[in-house]
Design a protein around this ligand. Sequence first.
Ligand code: F3S
Length: 391
Amino acid sequence: MFIGREEERILREGGYLAKALEAIIKVGDAVKADRLLDVDTVHVSGVSYLTIGEAGLEYLRDISSSGARFRVFTTVNPAGVEYGNPNLPISEHFMRKQMEVVDYLAKMGASLWLTCAPYEFIRPQPGSIHAWGESNAVAYINSVNDAYTEKLPGPFTIIVAIAGKVPRFGLYVEENRVPRVIVKVNARLNPVKAGLLGRVIASKLKGEVPLVDYEGWDGQLLKSFLASYATYSPTPLAIIKGINPNWGRYAAMMDKPDKLTVDEPELRYEQPGDYDALFMGCPHASLGEIMTVVRVLEKHGFRRLRKPLVISTSRFVKSMLNPELVSRLKEANVILITDTCPMVSPIFNGLGIRSTATPSSKAIFYLPRLVNVNAMPCNIEDCLEGILDNT
Ligand code: F3S
């Protein structure tokens, strides 16, 4: 791999920066990168104490006490608890360990956004270089903004944040981003079907980049589709016709593409059976998604729900809600949690939730595997109507 003058100087000077760069060069050699790229932003994933445990905590303790500091703007994925909230059904031990993880990242200079939808607040420029670790966010900025990032492992994103450089490989190379298959979608999507579409397309392709042809995208459909697609596909990029700013240029670069269609029957799903709670916010719910819930509740006089609706979102989105509205939601049995990924948190178990209905295909994949919570598909508006208290 080509090493430039700046990199040679860093290596000569030694210290934590040189160590980080050495590790990146080793990875670059392993993935057959040709050179290093300067990154604009890093998004660190894998920060829940539930998944990284003592070994991960020790890694962060060691690296932060070495004096290492992040050179580029760095944000952080959700963790296992709401940061600093002592009123949750979570053990004090877990809370303390989780705070320690987050504090080490803050010490190194991370911005504690603690959200898996940082793209709601950062709009990366087409062609700009990033090093993100959260698969839905990687797929989103690759596909919607045509920003360049690979899906990087969590510990590696920390090293990249220190060095500010990433090996040029995979989706950092333009020719690897050119679609090979045109996928025509003959269906009318809702958020559940958009998630199913991600799974269907990923299963029909073998990691090739698709050019997805569907009219009628909105922000929620894109999020749902891409989160699911990135869960099932090894390649976190789908060029979306009419959405990716360079989709026309990519289309012109396609050479004898394969074609396939996805029809409505492939996206059918059963209505959920019995469940303990509704869940939305995988990826973290936007203001618009929360306001969809508010509108349904308003339509029915803010009647209390018979089962809780758990919404995971970012602290930014919550701060945009009027405190009076937050109280009304709480009275209606809506549990708003911030900073947290329920898939890597003891929170569902703490709340006694064993089964959920959710519009998120990604949550349906991970909840049973990671926290032993059963999950089934449901369009949130339909399910809300079904659990309004009629007394
Ligand atoms: Fe976010 Fe966790 Fe889902 S990180 S995308 S809420 S699996």
